[in-house]
Design a binder for this molecule. Structure first.
Ligand code: CDP
Length: 218
């Protein structure tokens, strides 16, 4: 059995932190697939392009793929701000952009690298499109006000300016775009386990997920 964990959920639901903690605990490799869409958006904005335009977005994909061959472009701190998050959710609506990023994600899931016991991918469509056969699928959610507070704290901790009202509005807009789009909309896979992180701390989330991992992989 392939050891793959698919983790999906909306922005600031805690899926990134959980994925990293789970990867450490299980010695699995981790791919933050949102970073791919963010990096495409970054390439588009760097060249003054419009992230809603297919031609510009596909050029961004091409440029990212070329750079990924030489550099660790996905770790760029500049990808983390909300302007890039917003633009990422715009390029992510375009089916041809999603298609261009599928092979990369699937090959990571199937061959996470020597020394790792399995793969964890987090995003929006991992359980539904990228790894529909993953033995363990988690869908992490939390109410939008709590997610906005978490995102605001994260931005402040990086020295970035952000008001609660603006962050909440951005989050609602992004939720609507991610869930309402035709191409791979954000939704739990039918066999996903839904975890509401609104009242759970980091350690409790990890403990809960590890219980499911034990059941799935022994
Ligand atoms: O960190 P946060 O949850 O705010 O966002 P992210 O996971 O970095 O993803 C940024 C944007 O990329 C999302 O709003 C989605 O529109 C898009 N995305 C996607 O469509 N499919 C994925 N597998 C991952 C991200």
């Amino acid at each position: 059995m392939k050891k793959i964990i698919a983790i999906d959920g909306p922005a600031a639901s805690g899926k990134g932190t959980l994925s990293r903690n789970l990867a450490d605990a299980l010695n699995f490799a981790h791919m933050d697939t949102g970073a791919l869409y963010r990096a495409v958006a970054y390439e588009v904005l760097q060249t003054g392009g419009d992230p809603t335009q297919e031609t510009a977005a596909l050029a961004g994909c091409k440029s990212l793929q070329d750079k990924m061959a030489h550099d660790d472009v996905l770790s760029n701190d500049a990808l983390r701000n909300d302007t890039i998050g917003e633009a990422a959710s715009k390029v992510a609506v375009i089916q041809s952009v999603r298609d261009a990023l599928i092979a990369l994600q699937k090959s990571f899931a199937n061959a996470p690298g020597e020394g790792f016991s399995g793969a964890i991918l987090d995003g929006r469509d991992i359980g539904t499109v990228i790894c529909p056969d993953a033995p363990l699928k988690l869908y992490i959610t939390a109410n939008v006000e709590i997610r906005a507070k978490r995102r605001m704290k994260e931005l402040h901790s990086k020295g970035l300016d952000a008001t609660y009202k603006a962050v909440l509005e951005d989050m609602r807009a992004r939720d609507a775009r991610d869930s309402g789009r035709k191409a791979a909309p954000l939704r739990p896979a039918e066999d996903a386990i839904i975890i509401d992180s609104s009242d759970l701390g980091e350690a409790q989330m990890l403990e809960t997920a590890l219980t499911y991992a034990k059941k799935a992989f022994g």
